[in-house]
Design a protein around this ligand. Structure first.
Ligand code: XUL
Ligand code: CO
Length: 439
């Protein structure tokens, strides 16, 4: 077994500033530098994910793995490979100086023929991961269960037409919650997986939604019973793998949580490219969360603009990161959540070092976004323009309407006495110019 999986990478990637020519350095992410009252590390709370970093090796629906993954030896047994993958993950996290990680149950332990064996394998690997966390100081941002790879989940997990499949999903959620508790996780994610439909012709939509809510309520009850006091997150996504996913976007999730009385227990985990797949901007989904106290955590990535698939590329677009950080700062920052890179290197990025280039780029992109957002807030011009646009609502009339002190008849009276031919100026171009000053 190699003692290092990344021999070409120094013990720690460091901040060297924008003029550094060293590709294995941060140009903008200066972990301990303080911005708007906190270190960059504490604002950004970066996490890396087990599934994209260590698994699958860039396999796609058209071809096998292309990536060299020395921790995944086809001739070794599954548990040895699982331990090696965790060794590699924690070496990676330590070297790149990312403080959190995320995983699905099946990312860290193999699925074995009997569920009992899979449970035991997971427990063993959780103990190993706990030791790794203690050795490195890395923490678990959130845990989750993989309820979408095994064929039994082809028709969904919580929304499966089979109660036995539902039971399997529940069993996995239970054990993944135990794992999250054992590892001191800061949250737990429910991404829909295959909770949706391929065709409405074979689907009872209302029953599916009731069943999904049932699974989530059972999880809430279990979380309380084991004293796991962390938020649950739903991760909206509109399509892929199914034609329609029930957790379509933030507003669909919000309606679902309200209908089923789950709002006290859930926030959302917003993934940039899922927003794009839903026809929204990343910024829109985050603003929707901010407006409705739903902002939990972020899966940072981007899509290929002209592809329309869930390509899970590393974030590089500074407009996206600046606007995301603007919303996050205005919402008061993360409490339990963080910025998890739910992103994978491209199929031709075949060397272990590419994983470093990818994350360095994403971290620098968010660091620049954070710096720009903090300056925009400090500058105040955008806020002033927005306040000016809404100034009418701070007059007597505006306040009375907001307070519910007028009737339609009162407003008819007011309207007849007021000659209104236009509305406040929008200033979009000026606002866009101000944003550009900081990018
Ligand atoms: C799938 C996706 C998942 C979740 C965790 O598109 O984003 O990896 O983040 O299940
Ligand atoms: Co995700």
């Amino acid at each position: 077994m190699p003692t290092t999986y990344f021999p070409d990478v120094p013990a720690k990637i460091k901040y060297e500033g924008p003029d550094s020519a060293n590709p294995l350095s941060f140009k903008h992410y200066d972990a301990d530098a303080r911005i708007a009252g906190k270190s960059m590390r504490d604002h950004l709370r970066f996490a890396a994910c087990m599934w994209h970093c260590m698994k699958q090796g860039n396999a796609d629906p058209f071809g096998v793995a292309t990536r060299q993954m020395p921790w995944d030896d086809p001739s070794a047994d599954a548990m040895t490979n699982a331990r090696n993958a965790l060794d590699a993950m924690f070496e990676f996290l330590t070297k790149i100086d990312i403080g959190f990680w995320c995983f699905h149950d099946r990312d860290i332990a193999p699925e074995l023929p009997a569920l009992r064996e899979s449970h035991a394998a997971l427990e063993e690997m959780v103990a190993y991961a706990k030791q790794k966390q203690q050795d490195t100081g890395v923490e678990l941002l959130w845990g989750t269960a993989c309820l979408f790879i095994h064929p039994r989940y082809m028709g969904g997990a919580g929304t499966s037409p089979s109660p036995e499949v539902f039971a399997h999903a529940a069993a996995q959620v239970r054990r993944a919650l135990d794992a999250t508790k054992e590892l001191g996780g800061h949250g737990y994610v429910f991404w829909g997986g295959r909770e949706g439909y391929d065709t409405l012709l074979n689907t009872e939509l209302s029953r599916d939604l009731d069943h999904l809510a049932k699974l989530l309520h059972l999880a809430v009850d279990y979380k309380k019973s084991i004293g796991l006091d962390v938020p649950f997150y739903i991760e909206p996504k509109p399509k892929e793998p199914t034609t329609h996913q029930y957790d379509h976007d933030a507003s669909a999730c919000h309606a679902f949580l309200m209908k089923y009385g789950l709002t006290d227990h859930f926030k959302l985990n917003i993934e940039a490219n899922h927003a794009a797949l839903a026809g929204h901007s990343f910024h829109h989904e985050l603003e929707y969360c901010r407006a409705n106290d739903l902002l939990g955590s972020i899966d940072a990535n981007r899509g290929g603009e002209n592809i329309g698939w869930d390509t899970d590329q590393f974030p590089t677009n500074l407009y996206d990161t600046a606007l995301a950080m603007l919303t996050l700062l205005r919402a008061g920052g993360f409490t339990h959540g963080g910025l998890n890179f739910d992103a994978k290197v491209r199929r031709q990025s075949t060397e272990p070092i590419d994983l470093f280039h990818a994350h360095i780029g994403g971290m620098d992109a968010f660091a620049r976004g954070l710096k720009a957002a903090a300056k925009i807030i400090e500058d105040g011009r955008i806020d002033e323009l927005v306040n000016a646009r809404y100034a009418g609502w701070d007059t007597d009339l505006g306040r009375k309407i907001e307070a519910g002190q007028v009737t339609l008849a009162d407003l008819d009276e007011v309207a007849q006495q007021t000659d209104v031919q236009t509305a406040p100026v929008g200033r979009q171009e000026l606002l866009e110019n101000i944003l550009n000053e900081y990018l």
